[in-house]
Design a protein around this ligand. Structure first.
Ligand code: NAP
Length: 465
């Protein structure tokens, strides 16, 4: 894919970039390694000072970077501003909490004695330069949720961002440089995905994190595995949204719409499969369809727009194929099902609710990366659970029930990295985030996230004679 800014609302190519050549990549690898040697020796107070400064700069840049994101990948300006604000919050959160999260761990006295030590502890030490391969859908947030903990842990970072968000990618490098992080502590590599294999095999890169699709994850993990390098994978999702009879239906309907169409439906943790108990199905379906059909699709820069364009022509045609496959095999579109007639330019798609979905339809198992909801009717909790788990993915899940016994069963049996009751799945700096099954492994955010790229070193002192 060419490295370029192409406005998804118009299809116009605004700026193109030459990928870095071999020599330019080499320079950056050299700088990253050199930076790690010095930067890893800084203390938490020094790193926190730099991170707070970066957060302040980002806060001041909120409007301009939001406009860049909207221009590059089509999210609404309102949501782009919110994304920038969320990044500021996460940077401050890690600046304040990293030291405690990486504090030395002291095993139980009996275990220390049993090892024959006078004393022993575990120290979380930085590991080196981590490669981050990132997607375009939350072009700032995905990077910051890697970069803030990585830098606070004392690591250095190299970013290979998605090829359609180069200006956002360059902005992040510049942000950390302006904040005073040493040269080479965080760098952007404007390269295509074909350059990733050689990077992973380079000794100066010690680990990798990838957020993106399953094929990309498989490729990165297999090469890194061959090199015995740690990876964290945040891949796709097809999160279930269960609605059971005790749910607050009004709230569930309103949340269902937001959960499905956030970011024009291009969110890994968007609810995609709506699994509704027969007792409340008709009421839920009519309210949900009414609200989905009423959404305003249009210019993402317009503050009144609910749903902007999809990020690329390819993304839209992939979605069209999924919907066409389902309707050809007998599914019904209760609303939407095609391109909005009033928008001739750009890669828009109507908010759509499909029902009558069967196992042989692709959408039953594949991820719909756009504003298309699959609506299912079930007769009891067991059937709801079976359907929810009938997916290769296991990122997060939503369940609407006020019954504590049902909540307990779902907490035990839902196959996912997150279970959100009576609310929408979202990521928060202080809560771990990540998936199960084909949605990946490892965690980002919270203490779990910062410890992924550390060396938990056992430090043991023999008894003094
Ligand atoms: P993608 O095609 O996998 O791209 C993601 C990143 O991987 C881009 O930087 C891309 O570079 C690179 N890439 C692609 N193929 C690669 C390969 N074979 N080897 C190395 N790098 C490769 O994914 P996408 O379509 O942009 O993003 C959508 C997917 O990401 C969805 O499945 C979504 O659910 C998932 N996602 C998951 C999370 C999560 O936290 N679990 C969050 C957001 C998105 P180029 O742009 O240069 O191709």
């Amino acid at each position: 894919m060419a490295i370029a800014t192409v406005n998804p609302a118009t299809g116009e190519t605004l700026k193109t970039f030459e990928p870095l050549n071999v020599g330019e990549i080499e320079e950056r690898l050299f700088r990253a390694e050199r930076a790690f040697r010095a930067y890893s020796r800084t203390d938490f107070a020094q790193r926190a000072g730099l991170m707070h400064r970066a957060a302040d700069l980002l806060e001041a840049d909120q409007e301009s970077i939001a406009r860049t994101m909207t221009t590059e990948m089509g999210k609404t300006l309102v949501s782009a501003r919110a994304e920038a604000a969320k990044c500021v919050k996460a940077m401050r959160w890690y600046a304040e909490h990293a030291e405690a999260q990486l504090a030395d761990e002291h095993p139980a006295k009996a275990d220390v004695e049993d090892s024959g030590a006078a004393r022993a502890f575990v120290r979380y030490r930085p590991i080196g330069t981590v490669l981050a391969v990132m997607p375009w859908n939350f072009p700032l947030w995905q990077v910051i949720r890697f970069a803030a903990p990585a830098l606070m842990a004392g690591n250095t970072g190299l970013l290979k961002h998605a090829s359609n968000v180069p200006q956002t990618a360059l902005y992040v490098e510049e942000l950390f440089r302006r904040a005073g992080f040493p040269e080479g502590a965080f760098q952007t590599l404007l390269v295509g995905s074909g350059a990733v294999a050689d990077l992973l095999r380079d000794d100066r890169i010690v680990a990798a994190t990838l957020t993106g699709s399953e094929p990309a994850g498989r490729s990165v993990a297999s090469i890194a595995g061959d090199e015995i390098k740690k990876t964290v994978l945040e891949l796709g999702g097809s999160d279930p949204f269960l609605v059971l009879p005790s749910a607050d239906l009004d709230k569930a309907i309103r949340t269902a719409v937001t959960a499905r169409v956030q970011n024009a439906g291009q969110s890994c943790i968007a609810a995609k499969r709506f699994i509704v108990h027969a007792d409340v199905f008709e009421q839920f379906a009519s309210g949900f369809v009414e609200r989905m059909a009423a959404l305003k699709v249009g210019d993402p820069m317009d503050e009144g727009t609910d749903v902007g364009p999809l990020s690329s022509a390819q993304g839209r045609s992939d979605l069209e194929e999924l919907v066409d496959d389902a309707t050809r095999r007998g599914a019904t579109a209760l609303c939407g099902g095609g391109r909005p007639l009033h928008l001739q330019e750009g890669w828009f798609y109507e908010p759509t609710v499909l029902t009558g979905i069967t196992e042989e339809m692709r959408i039953h198992k594949e991820e719909a990366f756009g504003p298309v909801a699959s609506l299912y009717r079930v007769t009891d909790l067991e059937e709801a659970l079976t359907l929810a788990n009938d997916s290769p993915f296991g990122l997060s899940s939503n369940a609407w029930t006020r019954d504590p016994a049902e909540q307990e069963v779902l907490t035990r049996d839902l196959e996912a990295g997150g279970i959100f009751f009576n609310g929408m799945t979202a990521s928060h700096p202080g809560l771990p985030f990540g998936g199960a099954k084909r949605s990946g492994y490892g965690r980002e955010l919270a203490g779990h996230g910062i410890r992924e790229f550390c060396n938990p070193t056992t430090v043991w002192f023999g008894p003094e004679e």
